[in-house]
Design a protein around this ligand. Structure first.
Ligand SMILES: Nc1ncnc2c1ncn2[C@@H]1O[C@H](COP(=O)(O)OP(=O)(O)OP(=O)(O)O)[C@@H](O)[C@H]1O
Ligand SMILES: [Mg+2]
Length: 456
C-alpha cells in the first residue's frame, strides 16, 4: 500500500538532493573564492598604502613607523632595498620572508603582485609592492598575512554549510514525506475503491476535491461505480422481465398441451388448443430472436456496414414487403421520396428498424387509417418520419417506449404479439448509425416516430 508513496518519495528525494548538492557546492565554491580574493586584495591594498607613504617620505622614521604599525596588526610587513636586502620588518616573520624574497622575480608591476597565494598549505600568504622614486625602484614592501585566520574562516564557513545542508536535507525529507503522502492518499483510496468495485460492492463514495487529474480520476471511478450499479440493477430487472415474459406463454403451452392430450376430446377442440400452443410458441420464438438480437448489440459484436443506398429503391423494397399486411388490415401505406436522395446506411439493419416501426403503426392503428413515411433532407442531417393515425401514446409513457419490455398497455400489446423489444432494437440500430430516434404523439390521434441521421 505504501509502496507507491515510498517510490515517489525516493524519486523526489534523489532529484531534490541532486539539485541541492549542485546548488550548495557551487555557492560554497563561489563564496570561498570571493572571500579569499578579498583577503588578497586587502593585503595588496595595504602594501600599496605603505608604499605610497614611503614614497612620500623615505626616511628611517617613516620606515620604523610603518613596521611598528604592522606589529600591532594581523598582518606583517618586511621592507627591503632594491636588491632584496631586508631593511625593516615587523614581528617574527623573517625565515618565511627570506624564502619569499629570494624567490621573487624582480619585474614587479607598480600595483604589486601576489607572491604567495597557497593559503591552504603555507603558513602565510604574501604580496609585494615596489617603492619607486624618480622613476627608479628603490625598494619593496612585502606584506604577509597568517593563513590560520583564513583557514579558520573557511572552516567556519564549511561548518555553516554542513549545518545548513543537514537542515535542508531534513526539511526535504519531511516535505517530501508529507507531499508524497498527500499525493498518494487519494490514489490509495481509489485503489481501495476499485478493489471494492471488483468485489461487487458498488457503494463506493470518493471524496473528490478540486479540478486536477487526480480529482478527475476520482470522479471517473465514482461514475464507473454508479454505472456498474445501474447496470447490475438493470441486468437484474432485465432477467426478471425475461422470466416474466416467458412464464405466461409457457403456462399457456403447458396448460393447453395438458388438455389437448386427453383422449376423450373432440378433434375440433384439440385443434383449437394446438393452434393456441402454436401461437404461444411463435411468440416465444420472436421473443428469443429479439433478445438474441439485443444481446449481440450489447456485446459490441454487432457492426454496422454503411453503404450508399438510393432512398427510393430502399422504400420501394420495404413497401413491397409490408404492403400486403396493410392490405389485409384494410389500411394504406404511403411513402414519398426524392429520386436523388442517397443515404449511407446498413440496408439490412435499417430495414429492420423500418419494419419494426411499420409493424407498430400497423398493430396500434385501426382499419381505414393511413400510415405514411416522409423524408426531410436538411443541410447536415436527414429526417425520416413514420406517422400513423392510430391510438397514439399517452404523454407520460413517451419517454419510456424505447426501453426494453416497455409496453403502454401490457395486455393489449401482448395480445397483438408484442414483446416490447421492437423499439429498443430500433433505437440501438439507429444509434449505431450515429443517429437518433424519438417519438411525438397526440394521444387518440396518432403517432410520429422521427429518425434523424447524420449525413455520410
Ligand atoms: N405507433 C404506435 N402507436 C401507439 N403505440 C405505440 C406505437 N409504437 C409503439 N407503441 C407503444 O410502445 C410500446 C413499445 O413498442 P415496441 O415496438 O418496443 O414493442 P411492441 O410493439 O409491444 O413489441 P414488439 O415490437 O417487440 O413486437 C408498445 O407496446 C406500444 O404500447
Ligand atoms: Mg413493436
Amino acid at each position: 500500500m505504501r509502496k507507491i508513496s515510498f517510490k515517489l518519495g525516493l524519486l523526489f528525494f534523489v532529484f531534490v538532493l541532486g539539485i541541492e548538492t549542485v546548488l550548495f557546492s557551487s555557492l560554497y565554491v563561489t563564496l570561498v573564492h570571493s572571500r579569499i580574493d578579498e583577503e588578497f586584495t586587502q593585503l595588496l591594498a595595504r602594501g600599496n598604502n605603505h608604499r605610497d607613504v614611503l614614497e612620500k617620505s623615505y626616511d628611517p622614521s617613516t620606515l620604523e613607523h610603518v613596521t611598528m604599525m604592522e606589529s600591532e596588526a594581523e598582518t606583517d610587513v618586511v621592507i627591503t632595498n632594491e636588491k632584496g636586502k631586508i631593511l625593516y620588518f615587523s614581528d617574527n616573520i623573517l625565515p618565511f620572508a627570506k624564502k619569499i624574497i629570494k624567490n621573487t622575480n624582480k619585474n614587479i608591476p607598480y600595483d604589486g603582485v601576489i607572491v604567495q597565494k597557497n593559503w591552504q598549505k603555507e603558513s602565510h600568504i604574501s604580496t609585494v609592492s615596489p617603492i619607486r622614486m624618480d622613476g627608479k625602484i628603490i625598494g619593496y614592501v612585502y606584506m604577509f598575512k597568517n593563513t590560520d585566520s583564513i583557514q579558520n574562516m573557511i572552516y567556519k564557513l564549511k561548518h555553516h554549510f554542513i549545518m545548513v545542508g543537514i537542515l535542508s536535507v531534513c526539511l526535504t525529507i519531511i516535505t517530501i514525506a508529507l507531499l508524497s503522502r498527500f499525493i498518494t492518499i487519494p490514489l490509495i483510496r481509489m485503489k481501495m475503491a476499485t478493489e471494492k468495485l471488483s468485489k461487487g460492492d458498488f457503494s463506493v463514495r470518493l471524496q473528490v476535491k478540486g479540478e486536477d487529474e487526480l480529482a478527475e480520476l476520482g470522479k471517473a471511478i465514482q461514475t464507473l461505480a454508479r454505472d456498474l450499479e445501474y447496470l447490475k440493477k438493470e441486468r437484474n430487472e432485465f432477467l426478471a422481465s425475461i422470466s416474466h415474459e416467458l412464464r405466461t406463454p409457457l403456462t399457456y403451452v403447458k396448460g393447453y398441451a395438458d388438455i389437448a392430450r386427453r383422449p376423450n376430446i373432440e378433434e375440433e377442440e384439440r385443434n383449437r388448443y394446438l393452434s393456441i400452443i402454436y401461437e404461444e410458441a411463435k411468440h416465444m420464438q420472436k421473443l428469443v430472436k429479439d433478445l438474441f438480437e439485443l444481446a449481440k448489440m450489447d456485446q459490441h459484436s454487432f457492426q454496422i456496414h454503411k453503404e450508399p443506398a438510393n432512398l427510393c429503391s430502399f422504400f420501394k423494397k420495404l413497401y413491397d414487403k409490408m404492403h400486403p399486411a396493410f392490405q389485409v388490415k384494410k389500411m394504406s401505406l404511403v411513402y414519398q421520396c426524392d429520386e436523388n436522395i442517397t443515404v449511407h446506411i446498413d440496408q439490412k439493419r435499417f430495414e429492420q428498424v423500418m419494419i419494426n416501426l411499420l409493424d407498430n403503426a400497423l398493430k396500434y392503428s385501426d382499419q381505414g387509417t393511413t400510415v405514411s413515411i416522409d423524408v426531410k433532407a436538411e443541410k447536415k442531417k436527414m429526417m425520416m418520419i413514420v406517422s400513423d393515425e392510430g391510438g397514439g401514446i399517452p404523454e407520460e409513457d413517451l419517454p419510456y417506449i424505447f426501453e426494453r419490455f416497455y409496453r403502454v398497455d401490457k395486455s393489449r400489446s401482448r395480445n397483438r404479439g408484442g414483446t416490447g423489444l421492437g423499439l429498443a432494437i430500433a433505437k440501438e440500430i439507429v444509434e449505431a448509425h450515429g443517429g437518433s430516434i424519438y417519438a411525438v404523439s397526440d394521444y387518440g390521434k396518432g403517432t410520429n416516430i422521427i429518425i434523424t441521421l447524420p449525413e455520410g
